[in-house]
Design a protein around this ligand. Structure first.
Ligand code: MLT
Ligand code: MN
Ligand code: ZN
Length: 295
């Protein structure tokens, strides 16, 4: 299986249009210290010819243009067999609107994610040519030579539905993607509100994991004065701290471990930061746009 990170940034990307925090400044002016990153998306393929795109970010147009494996080979018709959504956050689904030009697109999402995208969104009537397929937590679906099995991960409804839609377990899923030929498995979980036993089981049986690396610290947005919301309010487990993912997953040594969906405020984006050194020493990598992994 081939796994290509199309975008390793969280919502807003790096640099974010309205931000001049140290990470955003470096990404604009000193790329050797921090590579720019588009918003969270991953392409996976069993055979290098048919691809599945996991999450359709608002940056999808540039992401597809910068990955030749995903260029159309016929006059019309891209090698993208399907899009699979892990939740209905803007950074994961707004790119669908850029994929509306004529091709019949297959989109796989849980019922609650599909409802969030479509219901009450008159703009999404533009997606009338999409063939929607329902993802059922714990059920494997065979798509383009890969088996895709969603599993519920602590999360929340998208920000634009908070307080409107009642939270449901299937608002947010991780994906276990298995190559049917050799059994190798990628687990992709870019939004993780807490590390449950179920998630631990999924991660420990994977060959490679692409995990929520949004925040270094639970209150980095608050300390920077950017928000009143902590990582916990946004359903992202931070990397550092006693409850953080680095400590919680310290025993996990089998899979290749990669942080993705990294927010622009997260100091691990700075190549020379002590926080980057700490994750590297612990055996983690930090995803970048164009990174290829073969689980
Ligand atoms: C998140 O990852 O928490 C969301 O993308 C935030 C947002 O929708 O802005
Ligand atoms: Mn996000
Ligand atoms: Zn910034």
């Amino acid at each position: 299986m081939r796994v290509r990170v199309l975008g390793a940034g969280a919502g807003g990307g790096l640099p974010q249009w309205n931000c001049a925090c140290p990470g955003c400044r470096c990404a604009r002016q000193d790329a050797a210290r921090a590579k720019a990153r588009t918003q969270d998306s991953v392409a996976v393929s069993a055979d290098g010819s048919r691809w599945i795109v996991l999450n359709a970010s608002p940056d999808i147009r540039v992401q597809l243009a910068s990955c030749d494996a995903l260029w159309p080979r016929a006059e019309r018709g891209a090698p993208m067999a399907a899009v699979v959504l892990t939740n209905a956050d803007i950074d994961h689904c707004a790119g669908l609107l850029s994929l509306r030009e004529g091709s019949a697109l297959s989109v796989h999402a849980t019922q609650s994610v599909r409802g969030a995208v479509l219901e009450g969104n008159s703009l999404c009537r533009a997606l009338s040519s999409v063939a929607w397929h329902t993802l059922e937590p714990s059920r494997s679906d065979a798509i383009a030579g890969l088996s895709i099995r969603p599993f519920c991960v602590p999360g929340k409804p998208p920000l634009y539905l908070e307080g409107i839609a009642p939270p449901r377990d299937e608002d947010n899923v991780g994906l276990a993607v298995t190559d049917e030929e050799n059994g190798r498995t990628l687990v992709y979980a870019p939004s993780v509100g807490g590390i449950t036993q179920e998630l631990m089981t999924e991660l420990s049986s994977a060959d490679c994991i692409l995990l929520d690396g949004t925040f270094w610290d639970g209150d980095e947005l608050v300390r920077a004065g950017f928000s009143t919301r902590c990582a916990a309010d946004m359903a992202h487990v931070p990397i550092s701290g006693a409850q953080g993912s680095l400590a919680a997953l310290a025993e996990l040594t089998r899979p290749r471990r990669v942080y993705t969906h990294v927010n622009n405020t997260n100091p691990i984006l700075l190549e020379d930061s002590p926080e980057r050194a700490a994750v590297t020493v612990a055996g983690w990598e930090v995803a970048w746009d164009g990174m290829e992994v073969r689980p």
